[in-house]
Design a protein around this ligand. Structure first.
Ligand SMILES: [Zn+2]
Length: 371
């Protein structure tokens, strides 16, 4: 195990050094293209902080991190023979401000955004609109920063930026936005039938969405307004149905999230990916189980129960779990190839400390070996 960790640390360090170099080159290239803009000034401020301390691999609660592989998007590392679980974090350095913090948060970039409460010009990877001026309130930046055109906010743009490289890997085609992705034949399942992602992706010919309507219903039941009920722990979909599954904060709302992961694994095609966000505390190893269902009875382990807003359920939906790092190991053990992305891309309106997106890919399909 120690040997594995040593190798992992060395690999992270190598990857980081290479990526910092690539990031700096990219930064200079982008600066040259953007000279004179406010964004370039911010990027210039960040450049001074670009040297990442080697010993900072263990920063953030013992959480090692590495930069992604530059313009090609975050790196994906296939599981090595004999390796139990391969995962590492990556920051998307495909933008001018793709620089990892040196001494924690907020970064210089975030400080500048906090002062100005705005980002401009932003390209929206959800709708594809460019030169957007995006405002942040500073309360919870993860849920802020609406795109004036499609209303996407920070977290949804994170999902888009994580999903687009997956679509590229699957199709060999480049997609700049989910709007472009909606023109493909990819079979996409969204665990929501409302919201910005739904509005954009519903144009896709292979798009399917569902809602959790009621525990009384069988999965696959279509209720009023043509909404399909699915319980993510036991859906009605056939094996190997989807190229891409998207879920936002859904796994915290099911009693058995790992059963849901098993189910997603069943309905994904080989080589298909589940791209999702979920409440996540990277400083904790163990999942924070706030509630569970034991022998058919709801049990609250942590009081008071937290209910999250939901348009179909006026009282809110119970938050069962806030995930720790073990979630990555557990999902790996199921056989998924897992990438945890810590996104940071000011040019796409993606900022903040909690920009974590998970990508779990079902092995097979002959596509995982591609960079
Ligand atoms: Zn947009």
């Amino acid at each position: 195990m120690a040997k594995y960790n040593e190798a992992k640390t060395r690999r992270l360090r190598l990857a980081r050094n290479a990526a910092v170099l690539a990031g700096a080159v990219l930064l200079l290239h982008t600066l040259a293209k953007r000279s004179g803009s406010g964004a370039a000034l911010w990027a210039g401020a960040l450049l001074a902080d670009a040297d990442v301390d080697d010993d900072s691999a263990a920063a953030y609660g013992g959480w090692g991190y590495a930069l992604g592989a530059g313009a090609g998007g975050p790196g994906r590392r296939p599981l090595q023979p004999g390796e139990l679980c391969g995962w590492e974090t990556a920051v998307d350095s495909s933008a001018f401000d793709g620089v990892v913090e040196k001494e924690g948060w907020p970064t210089r970039f975030e400080q500048l955004v906090a002062e100005s409460r705005a980002l401009k010009p932003v390209f929206c990877p959800v709708c594809g609109a460019s030169h957007q001026a995006i405002k942040f309130g500073g309360q919870n930046v993860r849920e802020e920063g609406r795109c004036p055109k499609c209303s996407s906010f920070n977290r949804l743009r994170q999902i888009a930026d994580a999903a687009l490289p997956e679509a590229r890997r699957m199709t060999g085609r480049d997609f700049k936005s989910l709007n472009e992705l909606a023109l493909t034949e990819l079979a996409i399942y969204n665990t929501q039938c409302a919201g910005v992602l739904h509005n954009i992706l519903q144009a896709a010919p292979g798009y399917v969405c569902s809602e959790f309507v009621s525990a009384e219903l069988e999965s696959g039941t279509v209720v009023k307004n043509n909404v399909r009920h699915e319980d993510l722990q036991r859906t009605s979909f056939k094996d190997n149905s989807f190229d891409l599954v998207l879920s936002t904060e859904m796994l915290s709302r099911v009693a058995s999230p790992y059963q849901a992961h098993h189910e997603v694994q069943r309905i994904l095609k080989p080589g298909g990916s589940h791209v999702f966000t979920a409440p996540f505390t990277p400083s904790e190893y163990h999942d924070g189980i706030r509630a569970s269902v034991e022998e058919g009875r709801l049990v609250h382990h942590i009081e008071p129960p937290i209910y999250t807003g939901d348009r179909l359920h006026p009282k809110g939906v119970l938050l069962f779990n806030i995930f720790g790092r073990e979630t990555v190991d557990k999902v790996c053990m199921m056989g998924f190839n897992v990438t945890v992305l810590r996104m940071h891309n000011g040019a796409h309106g993606i900022i903040g400390e909690n920009a974590w997106v998970f990508v779990t890919t079902k092995p097979g399909g002959g596509v995982l070996q591609q960079p």
